[in-house]
Design a protein around this ligand. Structure first.
Ligand SMILES: Cc1cc2nc3c(=O)[nH]c(=O)nc-3n(C[C@H](O)[C@H](O)[C@H](O)COP(=O)(O)O)c2cc1C
Length: 337
C-alpha cells in the first residue's frame, strides 16, 4: 500500500517509516538496509565518536545513496544539549557532508535548523510536550517527532493519542511523526488516525539481524513483555526505559539524594549532567557486549509485540504488509454496522 504525504515528499522516501536513531545499536548495515527498503534510516552521531569515524560513514552513505539508487534516505540524530561535548564538532561534519535529514533531541535546535536549511536539509525535532514544540516551531523546524509513553530510550510522559492531536491542532502545518510503542500495522494505523503522518520505530530494530548488539540483548527483546519495561534515571539523569533485568533491579531506578541535589545545583549542574551521561554511556556500552552480566538494556514497551529476530528488510516489509491488512480490516469494521 502506498502512503504518500508531506513526510514522504520532504524526506524523499517511499514509505513514512523512520528507522529510529539508537545509541549503540544503529549501524552502517542497518542504515543501508533501511535506505534500500524505502524508509528514512537515522543513526545517532554519538555512535561514531572515534576520530574520523563519522566523516567516513557519512561519505559511505552518500556514495551508497547514489550508486545503489535507493528508494529511502538517511539522516542523523544530534543531541543538541550543552552536556554533549561532541555536538559542535559533529554538526560541522554533518553539514560538510550535506546530511539530508536531522533529528534533534533535547536542548535548543536553532543552530542545526539554521545550518541545515542553508543547503536545503530538513530538521525534525523530538518533542514530548507542547512547550518544547512551541520553541522548535518558533525556530522553523520542519517536523516533530512526538515521543510518547512506552518509547524506548527517553520516553515522553504523555500518551500518543493525546500528544499527537494536541500538536496537530496547535501547529497544523507542521507534520508529526509518532514515536513510542509502534511495532505493528495496527500500531501504525492507530497513530495515523490520531493525526500523525509517519512512524518512528526503534525497539523492533534491536531484534534485527543487522544489529551488532549481543544475542542476549536481542533475545531479551524477543522474550520480554510490556510489564518488563521500567523507567530509570540512573543512566542519564533523564527518565530512560530499560528492560527490568536482575542487574537493573539490583542498582535501583532512581538517582540518590546527593546526585539529585547536584543535578539541580545551578553552578555545577551542567558538569554533573555531563559526568552522569558519560558514566551512563559507559554502563550501556558494557551492557551491549556479549558475556556482560551487568545488563542495562534500553528498550520500549513494544517488546510485547516482538517475537523474532529478522533482517531489517523483512521487518519493514512485514510492517508495510501488516499496515495494509490493518487498514483494510478497519474499513470493513466501519462498514459492518
Ligand atoms: C536502544 C535505544 C537507544 C536509543 N537511543 C537514542 C538516541 O541516541 N537518540 C535519540 O534521539 N533517541 C534514541 N532512542 C529513541 C528512539 O530514537 C525512538 O524515539 C524510540 O525508539 C521510539 O520508540 P520505540 O522504541 O517504542 O519504537 C533510543 C531508543 C532505544 C530503544
Amino acid at each position: 500500500m502506498s502512503l504518500k504525504n508531506k513526510v514522504t515528499g520532504d524526506l524523499q522516501i517511499e514509505f513514512p517509516v523512520i528507522m529510529a536513531p539508537m545509541f549503540l545499536v544503529s549501524n552502517e548495515a542497518m542504515m543501508k538496509a533501511g535506505m534500500q527498503s524505502g524508509v528514512m534510516a537515522v543513526f545517532p552521531t554519538l555512535n561514531y565518536r572515534g576520530e574520523g569515524e563519522l566523516d567516513k560513514l557519512l561519505h559511505a552513505l552518500n556514495n551508497f545513496k547514489v550508486s545503489v539508487k535507493v528508494s529511502g534516505n538517511f539522516g542523523v540524530n544530534l543531541i543538541v544539549q550543552q552536556s554533549n561535548p561532541l555536538y559542535k564538532k559533529h554538526l560541522k561534519i554533518c553539514v560538510d557532508n550535506k546530511v539530508p535529514f536531522f533529528i534533534t533531541s533535547l536542548g535548543n535546535p536553532g543552530e542545526v535548523i539554521e545550518q541545515a536549511h542553508a543547503y536545503g536539509a530538513k530538521v525534525y525535532c523530538d518533542v514530548t510536550n507542547l512547550v518544547h514544540a512551541e520553541k522548535c516551531a518558533s525556530l522553523q523546524c520542519d517536523g516533530f517527532i512526538a515521543v510518547g509513553q512506552g518509547a524506548g530510550g527517553h520516553a515522553g510522559p504523555n500518551p500518543l493519542h493525546i500528544l499527537i492531536p494536541a500538536l496537530v491542532e496547535k501547529f497544523p502545518h507542521i507534520p508529526v511523526i509518532a514515536a513510542g510503542g509502534i511495532a505493528s500495522g495496527i500500531g501504525m494505523l492507530s497513530v495515523l488516525a490520531a493525526g500523525a503522518q509517519g512512524f518512528s520505530i526503534g525497539t523492533k530494530f534491536i531484534a534485527s539481524k543487522e544489529a551488532t548488539v549481543s544475542e542476549a540483548y536481542k533475545n531479551a527483546i524477543v522474550e520480554s513483555g510490556m510489564d518488563d519495561i521500567v523507567m530509570t534515571t540512573r543512566l542519564s539523569g533523564t527518565p530512560c526505559s530499560i528492560i527490568n533485568t536482575p542487574y537493573a533491579k539490583k542498582i535501583g531506578y532512581q538517582q540518590n539524594a546527593f546526585e539529585r541535589m547536584l543535578n539541580e545545583n545551578k553552578t555545577i549542574k551542567k558538569y554533573f549532567k555531563m559526568l552522569t551521561q558519560i558514566r551512563g554511556m559507559k554502563k550501556l556500552e558494557d551492557s551491549v557486549k556479549p558475556g556482560n552480566y551487568k545488563t542495562l538494556w534500553c528498550a520500549g514497551k513494544s517488546v510485547e509485540m516482538i517475537d523474532s529476530i529478522e533482517s531489517c528488510e523483512d521487518i519493514i516489509t512485514s510492517l508495510r504488509n501488516e499496515f495494509e491488512v490493518a487498514a483494510k480490516n478497519f474499513v470493513k469494521q466501519l462498514n459492518q454496522g
